[in-house]
Design a protein around this ligand. Structure first.
Ligand code: A2P
Length: 280
């Protein structure tokens, strides 16, 4: 797959455009259609949605109306928690594909690990369905989201296919080092949701000062910092100027010292969601 942004190579040899357009909290309807269309016009080739976002139909419409060939786009959606295990997963996938109006997906993710006593079995059953969807050619790559090291270890135990991706919350102050290093050592690409801390990191004085040095916005600094950490950012915006701004991150390099300074920032806010304790 070609992308003006460059790509990461997944563990199955497939290339994934190195910035994805996030759509969490993008309202369904015209806003989602227009922002997806505008993102594609601006050069994004990778769109990330999820069944629970409630905007798959509009995201699909934006994709179709962009006029870009399907095979030049990389589309991800995610299985919601109420549809885990084998049969329910197959049905939920079918619904997502229909909502998007597509005949295959590039990447399908388990949105959150099941975390109750029988969680490991449920995650394995879900993963068997993912492997079938992959075998049947309906999805080119399969992966997970919000999996911690212990969820991954137990999934890998019975898996025929190693997840290509783990999408986790990742932004300054919340780097999930243990999960990231486990993923890197198992050749699982980490994707960053909430790369701007859902907007929370943008007025951080330390980040503002570093961004000024490079004549970049804090949003651009965060996106570039994520890329330089070997992680794939998924910035979300419904604002045309910001959608474009978030792609203008390839004409500067953050110095090693500044990377280290951002890497060592303490936690200063995030979603607060812990995969081991969430109740949804
Ligand atoms: P909006 O969608 O109204 O443009 P994250 O990607 O971490 O989830 O952050 C998304 C939030 O950050 C949204 O509120 C989005 O606002 C805002 N945002 C995205 N890009 C920028 C930017 N370049 N400058 C300022 N705010 C941004």
């Amino acid at each position: 797959m070609e992308s003006s942004f460059g790509t990461f190579e997944l563990n199955n040899g497939i290339h994934i455009p190195c910035i994805g357009f996030g759509t969490w909290q993008t309202p369904d309807g015209k806003t989602a259609v227009d922002s997806v269309k505008y993102a594609i016009e601006t050069g994004y080739r990778h769109i990330d949605t999820a069944a629970i976002y409630g905007n798959e139909k509009s995201v699909g419409r934006g994709i179709r109306e962009s006029g870009i060939n399907r095979e030049d786009l990389f589309i991800t959606t995610k299985l919601w928690n109420t549809h885990r295990a084998y049969e329910a997963t197959l049905k939920a996938f079918d619904t997502s594909l229909k909502n998007l109006g597509l005949d295959y997906l590039d990447l399908y993710l388990i949105h959150w690990p099941a975390n109750k006593a029988d969680g490991a079995k449920i995650n394995s059953d879900t993963w068997r369905a993912f492997e079938k969807l992959h075998r049947d050619g309906l999805v080119k790559s399969i992966g997970v989201s919000n999996f911690l090291e212990h969820h991954l270890r137990s999934l890998l135990d019975g898996a025929k296919i190693i997840p290509a991706v783990n999408q986790i919350e990742f932004h300054p102050g919340q780097m999930q080092n243990e999960t990231v290093s486990f993923c890197k050592s198992n050749n699982i690409l980490v994707e960053a949701w909430s790369p701007l801390g859902t907007g929370r990191v943008l007025d951080n004085p330390a980040l503002m000062e570093i961004a000024r040095k490079y004549s970049k916005s804090v949003a651009q600094l965060c996106i570039r910092w994520i890329l330089q950490n070997g992680i794939l950012p998924l910035p979300k915006s419904i604002t045309p100027s910001r959608i474009k701004e978030n792609t203008e991150v390839f004409n500067f390099d953050i110095s090693d010292d500044d990377i280290r300074a951002i890497n060592s920032m303490p936690y200063f806010g995030g979603s607060g969601l812990n995969p081991d304790t969430v109740t949804f």
